[in-house]
Design a binder for this molecule. Structure first.
Ligand code: B16
Ligand code: MG
Length: 218
């Protein structure tokens, strides 16, 4: 396998808890109590679709202006947490794994729904390890659509069948499968059972794992 594509939230850093705190404030304003269980369904989902889901759960319909204002306020609140991020926020084993890939000369891309992805990679000091960043600013279709990963493969100059995707969300694994790439789920086999391989985190990978990865049969 040649190209390696990483999701951001839940794979490289755990920003889900910051998204949760910020969306909880929005939900409170709408008179709705957002639970950690419901927040699971917002993982990997774009900002606009996340607010649509919260409004649906709250049983509310609002004007476009108010919708825009809630999105802006949520993002401003989320950014107060992101501003404080450092390399200490990188999930276990990720940095060593990324450095090993670079040393072996593999092209590496980010494939995330977040519009804040470049800022988070700057804050954690990882940005120079990526050859290209494909994020919520550069793609239109949300996961499970494969667009984000197909664009990443194209920008890396690697055929889709020779790419591996690391994902923590159900929709993200489906997107990788839809792209015809090898999908590696980070999390629990209960919700990521459709991935080609499932691991709890990057400390579980051995160097042989990458060498022995086989392209997906069509
Ligand atoms: P932003 P990923 C996703 O990141 C998050 O999982 C999701 O909760 C968030 O709503 C989305 O990014 C958009 O983020 O508001 O920063 O543009 O998992 O695709 O890296
Ligand atoms: Mg994710």
């Amino acid at each position: 396998m040649k190209g390696f594509i990483f999701d951001l939230d839940g794979v490289i850093v755990d920003t889900a808890r910051f998204h949760f705190l910020a969306w909880k404030k929005t939900a409170d304003e709408l008179g709705f109590a957002l639970t950690p269980e419901l927040n699971e369904q917002l993982k990997g989902v774009s900002r606009v679709d996340s607010l649509k889901k919260i409004l649906e759960w709250a049983g509310k319909e609002i004007e476009q202006d108010y919708f825009e204002r809630l999105m802006t306020e949520k993002n401003e609140d989320y950014l107060t947490y992101v501003e404080r991020m450092t390399a200490a926020d990188i999930l276990p084993g990720v940095e060593d794994f990324l450095r090993a890939l670079k040393e072996q000369g593999h092209p590496v891309a980010l494939g995330s729904a977040s519009k804040n992805a470049p800022l988070i990679l700057e804050k954690t000091g990882l940005i120079s390890l990526f050859d290209t960043i494909v994020d919520g600013n550069s793609v239109k279709k949300a996961k499970p659509d494969p667009e984000v990963f197909l664009v990443a493969a194209e920008q890396l100059g690697v055929p889709t069948g020779e790419c591996v995707v690391f994902e923590d969300s159900e929709a993200g694994v489906t997107a990788a499968n839809n792209a015809g790439m090898v999908s590696i789920g980070l999390g629990s086999p209960e919700n990521l059972g459709h991935a080609d391989h499932v691991y709890s985190d990057f400390t579980e990978f051995t160097p042989e794992f990458i060498v022995n990865l086989q392209p997906k049969r069509k």
